[in-house]
Ligand binder design. Structure first.
Ligand code: AMP
Ligand code: MG
Length: 342
């Protein structure tokens, strides 16, 4: 299969979307930009399309998909009940990087939810994603458009690297603004629970909902017998080929530790103002502020593969800042929870 790359910008008219919409109506899958990461979209009501999504990504069958809508009103056909909490969250954060989990309606096929009786729904703010949903006239099931296990794609070229030949079309809408996947919160538990941190932060959620629990798996490895709240937490994630090792401590201590190593395939991933005095090559992953790190994290991880890195020591973002939860969560998984204190 040839994979066509089509550039669509915010100012383009409906005509530009027709081919992608036709693919979607025919049960095919299309790479689409969103404000978080690129998604691999298919008709959420079509088991054939959903099967294609799982196949193209090599996604484990028990890892459910997020359904994307362009209007709050579409939520009513996807879920069995819309609680007040969902309305309040949507008022505040939709369209935007927040996914809500609610009891599913009968209309949602079980293959979308991997057999669960709940469904994950999000209303993205990216204008191209929104228009695609509107013009194709269907809610779009869309996980991140990477091969399963790889860092999520934040540019169309990342999607092409992973899925060239496996899907008919990728819409190039430029680089994603946010760079990490949506925040996932379940409203299907008595107290809402954060399952995956993202750019809608825990304190923002608490300001709307009051009490919000944080799932243990957000920052900790799963124990052997632990029941998962969100199947995606089980899997190795966000991993480049290089071994990622998080190094916690000041830049001085980081430097002393890393300078014990040498070799052309060993890298350090440091904040923008750092990199001086290192014995190994370094790449930057942003200023030490949360939004900045989130924006370029996955691109930097993919960059390591392009450079042929075998091992990379990564600076540990400030864990006392709640806003860093999303970046820490991704880094810990990329590192398989390998953290060295220096
Ligand atoms: P992705 O689409 O790649 O961003 O991954 C979606 C994430 O949402 C995965 O971690 C899933 O396990 C999680 N998810 C989707 N649907 C549900 C659900 N019904 N219950 C719990 N987690 C879900
Ligand atoms: Mg993903």
């Amino acid at each position: 299969m040839n994979t066509e790359l089509v550039k669509i910008s915010v100012t383009d008219g409906e005509q530009k979307y027709i081919k992608a919409a036709d693919y979607l109506k025919g049960g095919q899958v299309v790479g689409m930009p969103t404000e978080t990461v690129y998604g691999l979209a298919g008709n959420a009501y079509s088991p054939d399309a959903v099967k294609r999504i799982f196949e193209a990504k090599g996604r484990p069958q028990d890892n459910p998909l997020i359904v994307h809508i362009s209007e709050f009103s579409q939520l009513y056909e996807l879920v069995s009940e819309v609680p007040d909490k969902a309305k309040k969250l949507a008022d505040e954060f939709w369209p935007g990087p927040l996914t809500m989990i609610l009891p599913k309606s009968d209309k949602v096929p079980l293959c979308v939810t991997a057999g669960l009786d709940t469904v994950a729904v999000r209303c993205p703010s990216h204008p191209v994603a929104r228009r695609l949903i509107e013009i194709s006239g269907m809610p779009l099931a869309a996980p991140s458009a990477n091969l399963s296990g790889k860092p999520s794609p934040t540019k169309a070229e990342h999607v092409f690297e992973d899925l060239n030949g496996r899907i008919p079309m990728i819409i190039d809408g430029g680089e994603c603004d946010e760079g990490v996947e949506s925040t996932v919160i379940t409203l299907a538990t008595p107290v809402p629970k954060l399952l995956r941190p993202g750019n809608v932060t825990l304190s923002q959620l608490k300001s709307v909902l009051g009490d919000v629990q944080v799932d243990n798996a957000v920052l900790n490895p799963l124990k052997a017998d632990e029941k998962v709240s969100s199947p995606g937490m089980k899997y190795k994630h966000y991993s480049p080929e290089a071994e990622i090792i998080l190094v916690r401590g000041s830049y001085e201590s980081f430097k002393n530790y890393v300078n014990g190593f040498s070799g052309e395939n060993i890298y350090a991933m440091v904040f923008d103002n750092e990199g001086e005095g290192l014995s190994v090559l370094s790449i930057k992953y942003g200023k030490e502020d949360y939004k900045n790190l989130a924006h370029s994290l996955f691109d930097s991880l993919r960059e390591l593969d392009k450079k042929g890195a075998q091992k990379c020591f990564v600076r540990y973002p400030d864990e006392n800042n709640d806003d860093n939860l999303a970046v820490l969560n991704r880094l810990l998984r990329a590192a398989g929870f390998k953290v060295i204190d220096v």
